[in-house]
Structure formats: structure tokens, C-alpha cells
Design a binder for this molecule. Structure first.
Ligand SMILES: C[S@@+](CC[C@H](N)C(=O)[O-])C[C@H]1O[C@@H](n2cnc3c(N)ncnc32)[C@H](O)[C@@H]1O
Length: 278
């Protein structure tokens, strides 16, 4: 049976960084990472060592760590992920914290459009047990992952519907629309090849320089929002001016973009005129 030290050396030879190697070794051994770090002499069962070397090669070839582990932390939850869903990003936590800071009615009706793993809807459901949350996706494979996450994290709290944006929904209005839609331009030269090669294209790319889905959501929002209701859209860091213009053209008010910790506009918010309940 090989020792921890030897396995980590092999991983380094494949070009894997130390942290990822420790995380993967801890995972296959079902140990805490601290044990991997503290006990380089410890022997690893042969089956676990083989599994580690397979995962280490896949990681070194660019497969995202979250897909290899099958999970990702987001806000205060951990969601299951697979190659059928986007890996939830830290940037998207800005969307969630912005939503949680809004002054919404106690039993607000929320719609998460393009829910993927269900991360946004579930983070909102955990924080606001009284909100009525619906989440949609056009991908049936993504919805299967989301369904398992809902069952494990907040059973019965998020209703999932297969829908091309609003098309399959009854004509109801919402107090809050949230979406992290696909917004990467096809052939964006800045897109990391690990992302382009492994994450679902439908979760990433949109026509019209990445703005097509954002435009569709912005233009439909007024007829789907209650008076005084809000829409929050995540977008690329150079898309703020275009998204603000779309929301203003749709007749929404209080339009503003919010920057992340790196001073990049990543979320734009707008409101339908009128008083809640009016
Ligand atoms: C950027 S991912 C966001 C996933 C998740 N909300 C998150 O933040 O981690 C965009 C999601 O929108 C979904 N999507 C793409 N086109 C759609 C459409 N026409 N209608 C509904 N969902 C769509 C994709 O399947 C994908 O799950």
C-alpha cells in the first residue's frame, strides 16, 4: 500500500497543485484533510490510491474539482453538482445577499429562472422559510440535480418546473425575479478553457454578445412582477450598462448595478413601479 507522501508526489508529477491533491486524497480516504497533511507516512488502501490517481489525472487535465467531488459550497449550503449543471460561483452569492437585503412582503413569491443545481433558490429558502419559491430550468438534466438538492437541503420548500424562461408558467406575478442566466459571448476569448470544456454550454453561452437571455428576461419582467416587485440579474462584469439600458427600456425604475469585492458590476437590480399589494 502506498504512503500519502508518495501519492502526493505522483500528483505533483502530473502537474496537480498541492491543495487539490490533498483535497482529493482526503476525499477518497474519507479522512479530514488535516490527516493527509499531518501524516505523510500513513498508508493508503490500494483501491483508494488507485481512485486518487485517476481523479488526480482528471483534475490535472482540467476537470473542475467540484465535479470530481460532486459537490460545491454556496452561501451556507453545500449543493450536489454534476457536469449537467453550472458550478455555483462566489459571484452569485452577491445576487443572494442583495435579494435577502430587500424589503419584501413576509410571504413573498419568488422565481429563480435558470436554477441549475438550485443553489440560488435553496440559499433563499434556507434564509427565508416563509418565502414561496419557484425555480425553473430548460434542462431536464439540471432539474434532476436540483430536485435531489431540494430533497436533501430544504424538502418541499422549492418548487421546480421545466420551462423555457417563463413559457410554461401560469400567468402569475412575483415579488422577486432572480436569475443568473447564461451571459458569456460565444467565442469569448477571456473564458477559461476548463470552464468551456467541462461546464454545460447552455448554462454559459448566449447569443448577441452574451446579452440575449438577459434581454429576454428584462423585457418580460414587467408583466411578471407585482407592483413594487424587484428583478435581480447577474451578468458579466462589462455588461452592466447594457443590462441597465434594457431594464430602463422595459419601463422599470430604481435601476442600479452592484459591484463585487473587485469593484466589478456583477448584479443589476430594478423595480416595477407601484406600491406592493397595490
Ligand atoms: C449560468 S447557469 C446558472 C445556474 C444557477 N442558477 C447558478 O447560479 O449556479 C444558467 C442556467 O440557465 C439555464 N437556462 C439556459 N437557457 C434557459 C432557458 N431558455 N430557460 C430556462 N433556463 C435556461 C441553464 O440550463 C442553466 O442551468
Amino acid at each position: 500500500m502506498p504512503a500519502v507522501e508518495l501519492l502526493l508526489r505522483h500528483a505533483r508529477e502530473f502537474g496537480l497543485d498541492r491543495l487539490d491533491a490533498e483535497v482529493l486524497l482526503a476525499e477518497v480516504c474519507t479522512w479530514p484533510r488535516s490527516r493527509v497533511i499531518a501524516h505523510p507516512e500513513r498508508q493508503v488502501e490500494t483501491a483508494a490510491a488507485d481512485r486518487f490517481l485517476t481523479l488526480a489525472r482528471r483534475r490535472a487535465a482540467g476537470e473542475p474539482l467540484a465535479y470530481l467531488l460532486g459537490r460545491r459550497g454556496f452561501m451556507d449550503i453545500e449543493v450536489e453538482v454534476s457536469a449537467d449543471v453550472l458550478i455555483p460561483r462566489p459571484e452569485t452569492e452577491l445576487l443572494v445577499t442583495t435579494a435577502l437585503a430587500l424589503d419584501l412582503p413576509p410571504e413573498a413569491r419568488i422565481l429563480d429562472l435558470g436554477t441549475g443545481s438550485g443553489a440560488i433558490a435553496l440559499a433563499l429558502a434556507k434564509a427565508r422559510p416563509d418565502w414561496d419559491i419557484l425555480a425553473t430550468d430548460v434542462s431536464s438534466r439540471a432539474l434532476k440535480v436540483a430536485r435531489r438538492n431540494v430533497r436533501r437541503i430544504a424538502p418541499g420548500r422549492v418548487h421546480l418546473v421545466a420551462s423555457d424562461w417563463f413559457s410554461a408558467l401560469a400567468p402569475v406575478r412575483f415579488d422577486l425575479l432572480v436569475s443568473n442566466p447564461p451571459y458569456v459571448a460565444v467565442n469569448d476569448p477571456e473564458l477559461d478553457s476548463c470552464v468551456a470544456d467541462h461546464e454545460p454550454p447552455r448554462a454559459l453561452f448566449a447569443a448577441n454578445d452574451g446579452l440575449a437571455a438577459l434581454a429576454q428576461l428584462a423585457s418580460t419582467a414587467p408583466e411578471r412582477l407585482e407592483p413594487g416587485g424587484w428583478i435581480l440579474l447577474e451578468h458579466g462584469h462589462r455588461q452592466g450598462p447594457s443590462v441597465r439600458a434594457m431594464l430602463e427600456a422595459a419601463g422599470l425604475s430604481a435601476v442600479r448595478s452592484i459591484a463585487d469585492g473587485g469593484e466589478r458590476e456583477r448584479v443589476t437590480i430594478a423595480r416595477r413601479n407601484g406600491l406592493p399589494g397595490g
